[in-house]
Design a protein around this ligand. Structure first.
Ligand SMILES: NC(=O)c1ccc[n+]([C@@H]2O[C@H](COP(=O)([O-])OP(=O)(O)OC[C@H]3O[C@@H](n4cnc5c(N)ncnc54)[C@H](O)[C@@H]3O)[C@@H](O)[C@H]2O)c1
Length: 322
């Protein structure tokens, strides 16, 4: 497969996620053409990329920011961005009609053997690629925000995606330092947002009924569940939470979890509860400070990634000495 290695890539849609992808590609040495429908976003893209990369450099996550920035090319049309690309990452607005129109435009402009991955958070690819040319070259490649700091990527093929494409994209994502997983059916929300959805639905219910404050529910995750979740998943967690492992845990606690599930009925998040949550959040973080706090979040993620990197290097050093 090495002859299919991506060398030139295109990013279509340069918002939060598109720019994160641009960093993933460029830090691996790839040339990245960037297009966004908004001239304002295009004009600000390089400065935003440079700022993120300089922060990453402070945490030892990248070197030679100037060389990486040289690999970005912001262009004025979609066709110019994708015409020479081996791989295209589409990250435009999460609307079926927008994704359909942009995917068609990409298909008409891209090389016949190029591949296009969509960042969609949960729309099955077959809902927006059914009637476009070269639909066998399209799949979903769903990242977590921000993609340059959180490695998980969900790969979801449509029924018509060429069978060679998922293994090839998986290999290329691994080469770039991402952690791909295969989602074997086009289930809406895929795996990540279905798991997140289960937690959010329960968080809204606990908040709505007043069982705990919004802040305390966040603390239960940030200081509780999340501490383990940054390096192990729910199955490994419960395997270690009973002396006899996962089956022992299931035997001890399955009735509790069943009764919890039975106590809830699915429902929309109520508008008045969302409004109350908005007031709670705005009392601790003003709307104009959201962007600043996102930079803080990214820096916390950088510190965490730096710790993981130090640990991995120490392990590697230890094994080469052994
Ligand atoms: N934000 C997240 O947490 C997250 C996580 C994973 C995946 N995603 C997915 O990534 C995609 C992008 O989300 P985002 O959060 O970056 O949104 P965003 O609003 O920050 O960026 C979207 C960009 O697309 C551009 N755009 C819109 N229509 C276009 C068109 N026709 N042609 C070219 N550019 C166009 C907009 O100008 C904007 O800059 C969505 O599909 C979203 O569901 C988002």
């Amino acid at each position: 497969m090495s002859e299919h290695r991506f060398k030139t890539v295109a990013v279509v849609g340069a918002g939060l996620v598109g720019l994160g992808w641009a960093i993933v590609f460029a830090r691996s040495g790839l040339k990245v053409s960037i297009f966004d429908g908004s001239e304002e976003i295009r004009n600000g893209a390089i400065a935003r990329l440079r700022r993120s990369l300089e922060d990453m450099e402070q945490y030892g996550l990248v070197e030679n920011v100037g060389d990486i920035v040289q690999r970005f090319h912001v262009v004025d049309t979609l066709s110019e961005a994708v015409k020479d690309a081996d791989y295209i990452q589409e990250s435009v607005l999460e609307r079926v009609n927008v994704k359909t129109a942009v995917s068609r435009e990409i298909a008409l402009a891209m090389r016949s053997n190029a591949i296009c991955g969509s960042s969609t958070s949960g729309i099955p690819g077959s809902e927006f690629t059914a009637d476009i040319p070269s639909r066998d070259r399209f799949l979903v490649v769903h990242p977590v925000n921000p993609p340059h700091l959180i490695p998980l990527v969900e790969l979801v093929a449509a029924p018509w995606t060429d069978a060679s494409i998922v293994p090839l994209v998986r290999q290329e994502m691994e080469r770039m330092g991402q952690s791909p997983i295969a989602v074997n059916s086009e289930i809406p929300g895929f795996v990540l947002n279905r798991l997140q959805g289960a937690l959010l639905n329960e968080a809204w219910a606990l908040y709505a009924e007043g069982t705990a404050s919004l802040e305390d529910i966040d603390t239960a995750v940030s200081r509780g569940l999340g501490r383990r979740w940054s390096f192990m998943g729910p199955f490994e967690t419960i395997d270690l939470n009973a002396p006899g492992g996962i089956a022992d845990y299931a035997q001890r606690l399955a009735p509790l979890y069943h009764s919890i599930a039975e106590s809830r009925r699915p429902k929309q998040w109520p508008a008045d509860v969302v409004q109350r949550a908005e007031l709670d959040r705005r009392s601790v973080l003003a709307e104009e400070d959201l962007a600043k706090r996102s930079i803080w979040r990214d820096q916390r993620l950088m510190a965490l990634n730096a710790a993981f990197l130090t640990q991995a290097r120490a392990r590697q050093h230890g094994s080469s000495e052994a």
